[in-house]
Design a protein around this ligand. Structure first.
Ligand code: F6R
Length: 367
């Protein structure tokens, strides 16, 4: 079933153009989001939403963190994101007219289900599940459902589930933006166009495979790595660090690049690889100056960036340029692709069990 691929993870990484296309299929026209996407009740419900609580675990949590930037920007409403294992043991205060959103590939994660059940006792407008398994507990117990259509994910490390979650969450941001009358027709058409271009852009990003396989050799003997990003690409960096640590067992941490000088800069020396996500967005100059601070301390840099951002390779830095820049809705998914490939190739070089990393289960059905 792996076919030509050496591991399920690699197969699933390559399935992403199709999985994302499937997830967007029949939910968009050429320039519109279709109203039926969230079911018949959503048409009266979404205009009433004044804020969002997103709950998930692990990689699904990272998808939620990215969505926060998009929801706040497109819909102009507050959005909080929390890990389910913390949320379920707080006494969450729910303001009026809030929407609860859970995100889960499996729909069986114990903490996420417990959070959903707790949310059922709170005055949310509704509970929406973004999930990949139609017959799961999460789907059965939620009021509204938006399915990702990634198909079965076998590799323990989540890849195509994540990018399809990002696609579904972009639809949610769009829907909330429309419902709140903040997004005009031209902005909606531009967002739809950007989303429709995502599968092909992911395909192009997969073309970086050989370059990244080569780069991965340098990380095999490292014991630590620091991932940096800003804005919506801070959670992309978190996802890159999670992928690396779970399958290659290299200790990896992600920081918002602006936090560097508040502590982690002390870790930077020539033995610490710094992996930066630096798209051509409003924060480019900010992260550029953060990376200058790293370079000045002798850190070795690997910079993932867009064309024409002006990063130059030298003895201490390597630059990997994505073939084409994405926009606000799609850049996080695009920058995730090379980070998945990096983690994969480091793990293969190290000889770990890529599809079944030690101590981990695909679906965490116990607390
Ligand atoms: C990491 C990974 C996990 C899951 C987490 C939540 O690669 O796969 O962090 O994302 O266990 O699982 P779901 O999405 O099934 O609730």
């Amino acid at each position: 079933e792996r076919g030509e691929y050496r591991h399920y993870m690699l197969k699933e990484i390559h399935e992403q153009p199709n999985a994302v296309a499937e997830t967007l299929e029949e939910r968009l026209t050429r320039d519109r989001l279709l109203p039926a996407v969230f079911g018949p009740d959503a048409e009266t419900l979404l205009p009433a939403v004044e804020g969002v609580h997103i709950i998930a675990c692990g990689t699904s949590y990272h998808a939620g963190l990215i969505a926060r930037y998009q929801i706040e920007q497109m819909a102009g409403i507050p959005c909080n994101v929390e890990i389910a294992s913390e949320y379920r043991y707080r006494e969450p205060v729910v303001p009026k007219n809030y929407l609860f959103v859970s995100i889960s590939q499996s729909g069986e994660t114990a903490d996420t289900l417990a959070a959903l059940r707790l949310a059922g006792k709170k005055p949310y407008l509704a509970r929406l599940a973004i999930c990949n398994v139609p017959e799961s507990s999460l789907v059965r117990e939620s009021d509204l459902v938006l399915m990702t259509r990634a198909g079965p994910e076998i590799g323990v490390a989540s890849t195509k589930a994540f990018t399809t979650q990002l696609s579904a969450l972009a639809l949610l941001a769009l829907a909330l933006g429309k419902a709140g009358k903040r997004l005009d027709q031209a902005a909606e058409a531009a967002a739809v166009k950007e989303l429709r271009a995502l599968p092909a852009a992911i395909e192009d990003a997969l073309g970086l495979n050989d370059e990244i396989e080569h780069l991965a050799e340098q990380l095999v003997h490292r014991h630590h790595a620091l991932f940096l990003g800003r804005g919506a690409h801070y959670p992309v960096a978190m996802e890159g660090a999670l992928k690396l640590k779970e399958i290659s067992y290299i200790h990896a941490e992600a920081y918002a690049a602006g936090e560097l000088k508040h502590g982690p800069l002390a870790l930077v020396d020539e033995d610490m690889p710094i992996i930066a996500v630096a798209p051509n967005d409003a924060l480019l100059e900010k992260i550029r100056s953060n990376l200058e601070e790293v370079r000045a301390r002798g850190g070795s840099l690997i910079v993932f960036t867009d064309p024409e951002t002006g990063f130059e390779a030298d003895a201490h830095s390597q630059v990997i340029t994505l073939p084409k820049a994405g926009g606000k809705l799609t850049a996080p998914a695009l920058f995730t692709i090379p980070l998945q490939l990096l983690a994969y190739h480091v793990a293969v070089h190290k000889g770990t069990d890529v599809d079944k990393p030690r101590n981990l289960a695909k679906s965490v059905t116990v607390e």
